[in-house]
Design a protein around this ligand. Structure first.
Ligand code: NDP
Length: 294
């Protein structure tokens, strides 16, 4: 078994991003700028946003954070998004999910100008991805593709089983793996909670992408020897033994699956770090107007 080391790959790619950001600053007189909106005090969301901001600083981007408490109305939030859409000094706008129940995440996603949608959730970007056109690819699937590329994992003609069909991970991942590209060119099976024979399907997989949100869901008896395992899950549990007071677990039973796998991502230290790289690359591409020239 070998580790698909998100820390190693992300650090390497971030050096390249930092060099490009410095060039951009020299030629344009400004830094690429990511703005995040955070609503409420969800512990996981706080951590993710803080990490995104910190990584922006590391690669020479400007980052800004607008915070609201849970009582913000949908209208106020949409008004703020409209303001930021019109602000030429902001290249990327993300609204951290989940949002409080009274705010419709679909409305918020669609309100973001697709030219600043560096999370890649807007229907325009998803539609363009579907058609293999230039777009902002959703940050987590983008990060996974960069990780597969960094380790030169052979995906052509392989059977990839994606577990989970969310709009932000599983569904776009299935499209990317099936695309005529490298990485890509897989035969893809997209599974979900209504899939009848998940274990049989998983056992046929050369590559498993687990994006479910259930600790240790993928067990050793579901994995073919030699399979490549991508664990997207981030399951937080409180812990008395860690400094932060919580511990992260993936969707894969790492201890028992790793000995069977040819390659496997750890949690933490795998896909999460690559997601940030996907976000940074999209923000840089937005600043440089590589995807949408105007
Ligand atoms: P969602 O809750 O939106 O989707 C979960 C998916 O898993 C659904 O499609 C659901 O099926 C499926 N599922 C649930 N139970 C089962 C089951 N018993 N058998 C088969 N499929 C099942 O989650 P996300 O995609 O947003 O996130 C998934 C995980 O990835 C979470 O742990 C999340 O924290 C993590 N994550 C990590 C990121 C990173 O950077 N590493 C980024 C984003 C998410 P159905 O559609 O039928 O309900």
């Amino acid at each position: 078994m070998q580790l698909l080391d998100g820390k190693f790959a992300s650090e390497k790619i971030k050096l390249e991003i930092a060099a490009e950001a410095a060039e951009f600053l020299a030629s344009s007189g400004r830094q690429p700028h990511l703005l995040a909106i955070l609503v409420g005090n969800d512990g996981g969301s706080e951590t993710y946003v803080a990490s995104k901001m910190k990584n922006c600083e590391k690669v020479g981007f400007k980052s800004s954070l607008i915070r609201y408490d849970d009582s913000v109305t949908e209208e106020e939030l949409l008004q703020k998004i409209a303001e930021i859409n019109a602000d030429k000094g902001v290249d990327g706008l993300i609204v951290q999910l989940p949002l409080p129940k009274h705010i419709d995440p679909e409305k918020v996603t669609e309100a973001i100008d697709y030219r600043k949608d560096v999370d890649g959730f807007h229907p325009v970007n998803l539609g363009r991805m579907m058609r293999n056109l230039p777009c902002f690819i959703p940050a987590t699937p983008y990060g996974i593709m960069l990780l597969l590329k960094a380790y030169e994992i052979d995906t052509i003609g392989k059977h990839c089983v994606v577990v989970g069909r969310s709009n932000i991970v599983g569904s776009p991942m299935s499209i990317l793996m099936a695309r005529n590209a490298n990485p890509g060119n897989c035969t893809v099976t997209l599974t979900h909670s209504k899939t009848a024979n998940l274990k049989e399907l998983a056992l046929q997989a050369d590559i498993i992408v687990a994006a479910i949100g259930k600790k240790n869901f993928v067990t050793a008896d579901m994995v073919k020897p030699g399979a490549v395992i991508i664990d997207v899950g981030i399951n937080r549990e409180t812990s008395a033994t860690t400094k932060s007071g919580f511990k992260l677990y993936g969707d894969v039973d790492f201890e028992n699956v790793a000995p069977l796998a040819s390659w496997i991502t750890p949690v933490p230290g795998g896909v999460g770090l690559m997601t940030i790289v996907g976000l940074l690359k999209n923000t840089l591409a937005s600043a440089k107007k590589e995807i949408y020239p105007d």
